[in-house]
Design a binder for this molecule. Structure first.
Ligand code: ZN
Ligand code: ZN
Length: 177
């Protein structure tokens, strides 16, 4: 859906849309969309800027930052965004005067695609690090086993050099027996 500044000048647009997985380009490999992304929003022209505000919700699959197992993340986000025409980019002081709960960005040409707005909002909504459970033990840095599922015999603490050969002997012993 293209939000055209000329159409918005005539009337505001009420949007209710569902984007199935695969229809939005998130420009990242870090997560997969599992459920349709539901959005309801209003697009309007306010003082020459395109304002898009509303709510989106979907479900994503990400990899646990520690053990890389899939984690399901519910995403629900309110947004209230202002896009100014690129040609009239305001000075930095004016941007700083915008209320803290709004964000200002720019559009080039006649408007912008709602899909791009939504893809960006989903990227902003996901946490920097997702873990499958608060006590996820992660992968062993030496042998790579998932420590939530199995134990390994790697020495996880920095070994005293004098003990290293002993540890190695022990590991060899475990391998042989
Ligand atoms: Zn994990
Ligand atoms: Zn290990």
């Amino acid at each position: 859906m293209f939000l055209d500044i000329k159409e918005l000048a005539v009337r505001k647009l009420r949007i209710r849309k569902s984007y199935p997985p695969g229809s939005l380009d998130f420009r990242t490999e870090e997560f997969q969309q599992l459920d349709p992304l539901e959005v309801h929003a209003t697009a309007e022209l306010v003082d020459g800027q395109i304002r898009v505000h509303g709510h989106l919700a979907t479900r994503l699959e990400l990899a646990c930052a520690r053990c890389l197992e899939p984690v399901i993340e519910e995403v629900a986000r309110d947004f209230d965004l202002y896009y100014a025409p690129l040609a009239t980019m305001p000075r930095e002081e004016e941007v700083a005067l915008k209320p803290a709960d709004t964000e200002l960005a720019f559009f080039d040409g006649d408007g912008l695609f709602l899909a791009d707005v939504l893809a960006e909002q989903v990227n902003l909504a996901i946490p920097m690090k997702v873990i499958c459970q608060s006590d996820c033990r992660g992968l062993c840095p030496h042998c790579g086993v998932n420590l939530n599922l199995e134990a390994c015999h790697c020495e996880t603490h920095p070994a005293d050099p004098r003990l290293t050969s002993l540890v190695r002997l022990k590991q060899d012993w475990f391998k042989k027996h």
